[in-house]
Design a protein around this ligand. Sequence first.
Ligand SMILES: [Zn+2]
Length: 133
Amino acid sequence: MIKQVGPTTINEHHLASCHCGAVVLRLHLPDGIVDPRRCDCSICRRKGAIVASVPLSGIEVVQGHDKLRLYEFNTKTAKHYFCSVCGIYTHHQRRSNPNEYGYNVGCLDGVNPFDIQDVPTNDGVNHPADRLR
Ligand SMILES: [Zn+2]
C-alpha cells in the first residue's frame, strides 16, 4: 500500500478525474494505492496506464456518468470505462477479479504515477483467467 506519492498524500476519499474533467470519480482508499502495476495484455500495452485495485464499492462516479463509455472485448468479462470527450481510461471492472475495479493511478488528483518506484508488470499475455481453464 502507498499513502504518499511525491508531494501528494493519498486521502481516504481521493478524487480522480479524466483529462478534460467531465468525469470525476470518488475513490475510497483506506489503504492508499493498493497493488499498483502495469500489464502487457492487448489493451493495457496500448493504454500504458499504471493501474491499482479497489473493491467495486470503492469507486463512486460523482460527475460525468453520461460521458463515460463502456468498452468490452473477447470474453466481455472486463468492463473498460473511458471518457467519451477526452478518451482517457478511468477505470475497469477486472476480469481476473470481477469483485474489483482497476483504476488509472494517473487520474488521481495530484498524483504523478512516475513517482511510484518499482511498479511491477503483470503477465497479461498469459492471463490468469486463461490459465484457470
Ligand atoms: Zn474527459
